[in-house]
Design a protein around this ligand. Structure first.
Ligand SMILES: Cc1cc2nc3c(=O)[nH]c(=O)nc-3n(C[C@H](O)[C@H](O)[C@H](O)COP(=O)(O)O)c2cc1C
Length: 259
């Protein structure tokens, strides 16, 4: 599968068949996790945790055998770095047929933080179970997908614009379509993009106030994921260079990719 196919076929897998990863898949995925990449200048590390050995689970996940935990120093744009770096791993896992689900809420955070040996000045925003998808989804998986409408996305015209926020785009290019299909917390899809020739300005529409409650912004992780999808399809250079276009107060400029 090419990157666009991987992006379009990936779904959160919450029901696994209980088999551990094959030696070959585990070796490939472990090697891939050793070298994370992101354009935001913050290192991201990924820790492999055996679920049984460490007593790790999530109330929405069934049949997993391992978890990946993602750690980063707490500094500016670290959430973007996590989103970008971890989605790269999620899609690589999917290329091996290994299922994942971004988990930022439905877990006992302290247990995972301890197991991942999260140090001072570091934080561990997300984890993902690993395993092979089961043939049928568990009841909680089905209900959760229905609740967040996991199979649906906003129409492009609500998300993408030309030159300013007044001109919705109805026919997105392949890279923007890849942004549209990104996973996001509670499937809220906070990404908004204004295209100006070769420059694509990425904005975050805030709809979850996690920064006030937990001290970091989960929707910035979603933005990092969106930026990875876009750049994996189109390439380009990512920089922070606010064009200062008019935007609603709940819409924050994040980054510009020039292709
Ligand atoms: C940053 C982030 C945090 C998430 N946290 C959770 C979570 O705690 N529990 C859960 O079941 N799903 C979680 N999800 C998965 C989303 O619900 C899912 O990506 C979205 O509904 C779209 O469905 P899809 O991934 O199958 O395309 C999270 C996703 C992201 C990107």
């Amino acid at each position: 599968m090419n990157i666009t196919e991987l992006i379009k076929t990936r779904k959160s897998v919450r029901t696994f068949d209980g088999r551990p990863l094959s030696e070959e898949d585990e070796a490939k995925l472990r090697a891939f996790c050793e070298k994370t990449e992101n354009p935001f200048g913050t290192p991201v590390s990924v820790v492999w945790l055996d679920a049984k050995e460490r007593g790790l689970s999530s109330p929405v996940i069934v049949g997993e055998t391992a978890y990946l935990a993602c750690k980063t120093p707490k500094r500016k744009r670290c959430e973007l770095a996590v989103g970008y770096a971890f989605e790269r791993i999620v899609l690589y896992a999917w290329s091996l047929g290994v299922g994942t689900t971004w988990i930022g809420g439905t877990m006992k955070r302290e247990l995972f933080e301890k197991a991942a040996e999260t140090g001072d000045g570091e934080f561990m925003p997300v984890v993902s179970p690993l395993g092979y998808p089961a043939k049928e989804r568990s009841e909680i998986d089905v209900r959760l997908r229905e609740r967040v409408r996991g199979d649906e996305r906003e129409p492009a015209s609500n998300l993408f614009f030309e030159l300013d926020f007044l001109c919705p785009m109805s026919e997105p290019d392949e890279a923007l379509e890849a942004v549209r299909w990104a996973p996001s917390a509670v499937n809220l899809q906070p990404w908004r993009v204004i295209k100006d020739g070769p420059r694509y300005h990425f904005y975050e529409k805030h709809s979850l106030e996690t920064e006030q409650t937990v001290g970091w912004d989960v929707q910035k992780i979603d933005m990092g994921i969106a930026l990875y999808h876009f750049m994996a399809v189109s390439g380009g250079r990512c920089e922070i260079s606010d064009p200062r276009l008019a935007a609603d107060p709940d819409v924050e400029y994040i980054a510009t990719v020039t292709v």
